[in-house]
Design a protein around this ligand. Structure first.
Ligand SMILES: [Fe+2]
Length: 376
């Protein structure tokens, strides 16, 4: 199991709730994930005290589960951010692959059949939270995902299910040595409507987001999933990329994108469209591989309803897109009623096949998404 979290400390107490964060983390510990992933914004302004507070809050996770952390823009606002980040979270920042040719660093996390490639995309300035993928980092990512000596099996698609509409795309097995490959980045690639995030939010995303998508188009190995933070609003999308040059099948390859939103958002009943996402949530990813090597990703979602952490029912109302009818209030009450049952069964069903599973949890007090908004 792999969890994704966005943390943030200091300020914005109107948006983030320490109690919510604690309850979400308690639930995550109870679910016993195999792996936890945090995609940045552990702090608010990158102060040493904020890094220390974030580590204290995350102790139950760091002490008990393999964890991978990448920084968000809010973790890079001070000159000392690298020192502080390494000081407090160095052991959980993956193994850095040094590329002397491209003069670039690429953190990689490995656990059983899971690889997570972390790309640091945060380049904040004093005015806003715009990101940028360094050209050398993109080159390194492209080389890493195109190992010419590898042999890959033909693509096989699993049957579609109703949940595909919301959570899952057809998977191909062009994975890294039969690994499940996750690309972790802080900035969103697509927005909730499937558009280039940086074009829709020009001062809130990575300004050369299109270059990342080009790298994924040309790569031999396509990640099974992209997980990001920055946007407090949970949503899932599908990025369709070009097949590898060696693949005779011209069909595009879908890559799941998941953003669980913030782990620590203060609950408020939505009164308007702009308010509906004010709910803390986390995703649990169950990864399994069948006999012919096809990976399947199942996502279960946990949210905070203002009192407790509950397992949300499918389809997930908190993944609702703009423009859709708002079923939130109705779904929330229904979820609350089912929480006691679904909660217990949820934890027992984690990682049912013994394979690597992943869970995502948004952040304690604040989150990558939240951070970005605060800077604009
Ligand atoms: Fe952020």
């Amino acid at each position: 199991m792999l969890a994704y979290a966005n943390l943030k400390y200091g300020g914005r107490t109107d948006m983030f709730c320490p109690e919510t964060r604690q309850q979400m983390l308690d639930k995550l510990v109870e679910l016993k994930p195999d792996v936890v992933m945090i995609t940045g914004d552990l702090t608010y302004t990158s102060l040493p005290s904020e890094f220390a507070a974030a580590k204290l809050a995350l102790r139950p996770i760091l002490d008990n589960f393999p964890t991978f952390i990448i920084p968000g823009n809010h973790d890079k606002y001070t000159r000392s951010h690298i020192t502080e980040m390494r000081k407090h979270f160095g052991p959980w920042m993956g193994v850095t692959m040094v590329d002397s040719i491209h003069n670039s660093l690429l953190p990689v996390f490995s656990y059983k059949d899971l690889y997570i490639l972390g790309i640091d995309s945060a380049v904040p300035n004093i005015l806003w939270s715009r990101g940028h993928y360094h050209k050398n980092l993109l080159k390194k990512l492209g080389v890493t995902l195109t190992p010419e000596h590898e042999q890959y099996p033909p693509r096989v698609y699993p049957p579609l299910t109703e949940r595909v509409r919301y959570l899952r795309a057809p998977q191909d097995c062009l994975n890294f040595l039969n690994k499940y490959v996750i690309l972790a980045t802080h900035y969103p690639v697509l927005d909730r409507n499937g558009k280039d995030y940086s074009k829709v939010h020009p001062y809130h995303g990575a300004d050369n987001n299109f270059r990342l998508m080009q790298i994924l188009d040309s790569a031999q190995v396509k990640p099974h999933m992209i997980c990001h933070g920055h946007d407090h609003q949970a949503f899932s999308q599908i990025l369709e990329v070009e097949p590898p040059a060696s693949d005779p099948n011209p069909a595009k390859i879908p890559i799941e994108i998941h953003n669980p939103g913030s782990l620590s958002l203060k609950y408020s009943m939505p009164k308007s469209r702009s308010d509906w996402h004010r709910i803390a949530g986390m995703n649990i990813y169950h990864l399994s591989r069948d006999d012919v090597g096809v990976w399947t990703t199942d996502v279960e979602r946990w949210i905070h309803n203002g009192r407790e952490v509950i397992r949300e029912e499918v389809p997930y109302s908190s993944f609702r897109k703009f423009g859709e009818e708002d079923p939130f209030a109705v779904k929330t009450s229904a979820s609350v009623a089912a929480s006691s049952d679904s909660g217990s069964s949820g934890s027992s069903s984690v990682n049912p096949q013994g394979s690597v599973s992943a869970s995502t949890s948004a952040t304690p007090q604040a989150e990558s998404t939240l951070n970005a908004e605060s800077k604009q």
